[in-house]
Design a protein around this ligand. Structure first.
Ligand SMILES: Nc1nc2c(ncn2[C@@H]2O[C@H](COP(=O)(O)OP(=O)(O)OP(=O)(O)O)[C@@H](O)[C@H]2O)c(=O)[nH]1
Ligand SMILES: [Mg+2]
Length: 287
């Protein structure tokens, strides 16, 4: 089926360039905010992130929490926190992100501020950079902050590139261009997870592969969501389920169920959140 290209084609040359640009920008900041998608907290990160940001303090923001399974989201937040990583889950469209970020950044940078003060230095503003793979909400976050504080952007002297900074409060400045990381395409499950949440278009994988993967997962983990949406009897065989959904929706071709149309409908409904709040990477309670 559809095997078009992604919006950004991450061949090695692009990755090297992106990595180099990010490393240059990182030199200018004190800490990093990595945005990940609450529904796929692992698949929406990049394996080289640690290597790129080195030992800089960092905060994970799990975006789109309104689309994820709340129980799983709180488990993921706890999981990161137990690992010593600050993490907060948000709805970037509705939550008071400015307030949340201020609180987290001040908390994370507390020792940095104290250290500066103990050296008799009046601490300058904390500089922060937002990074993440495509579609996680980087621009949404920056725009929400910028809309309120746009008047206070300024060029930093002593920097060869002219960068814009957005002021969050008197102590925090945010670089107005986010760093884009490439997703992990090499792992098939990760590719499927990125596809089900709509973070990559249907280029690498086809509709059948995505829809079978997604339906199997929902049947196993969120079966009632299927019943609520399609009002059909459950079966563990996804193809039998597609037949039933097709029948319920009257998707016929020459008197037979048009499976391809059913799969397309299912994927579209999934991406439009019609199948409820779903997390595609679960974490066990003991973690
Ligand atoms: N429901 C919901 N939608 C969100 C949230 N955050 C972002 N979005 C939506 O997700 C889509 C992608 O958001 P962007 O801010 O463009 O993502 P980005 O990381 O800048 O993406 P690229 O520029 O492609 O790298 C947009 O349609 C946003 O409205 C959220 O917390 N909840
Ligand atoms: Mg963007």
């Amino acid at each position: 089926m559809n095997k078009n290209k992604t919006s950004i084609n991450w061949f090695p040359g692009h990755m090297t360039k992106a990595k180099r640009e990010m490393e240059a920008s990182l030199k200018l900041v004190d800490m990093v905010i990595e945005i990940r998608d609450s529904r796929i907290p692992n698949s929406s990160s990049n394996p080289l992130l640690k290597q790129i940001i080195k030992n800089k303090p960092y905060l994970i923001i799990l975006s789109k929490k309104d689309k994820a399974d709340d129980i799983q989201t709180s488990r993921w937040v706890n999981y990161f926190k137990k690992d010593g990583i600050s993490c907060v889950a948000v709805d970037l469209l509705k939550d008071d992100v400015i307030k949340i970020i201020k609180k987290e950044v001040h908390q994370i940078m507390k020792s940095w501020i104290l250290k500066q003060k103990s050296r008799g230095i009046n601490p300058r503003a904390i500089r922060v950079m937002v990074i993440g793979i495509p579609n996680v909400g980087k621009s949404t976050l920056i725009n929400r902050i910028a809309k309120k504080k746009i008047a206070k952007t300024a060029d930093k002297p002593g920097v060869t590139r002219s960068l814009q900074w957005i002021r969050l409060d008197k102590d925090i400045e945010l670089l107005d261009t986010p760093g884009i990381l490439w997703p992990k395409f090499d792992d098939e499950i990760i590719g499927l997870n990125l596809a089900v949440v709509g973070s990559i278009n249907d280029q690498i994988l086809d509709i059948e592969q995505i829809s079978v993967y997604a339906l199997k997962y929902i049947l196993k983990n969120y079966p009632t969501n299927i019943i609520e949406r399609y009002n059909v009897e459950l079966d563990e065989d996804p193809y039998i389920m597609f037949e039933r959904i097709g029948k319920a929706r009257n998707l016929l071709k020459k008197g037979e169920i048009d499976i391809e149309r059913v799969m397309i409908l299912f994927i579209n409904e999934l991406r439009n959140d019609k199948l409820g709040k779903i997390t595609w990477e679960k974490i066990d309670e003991e973690n």
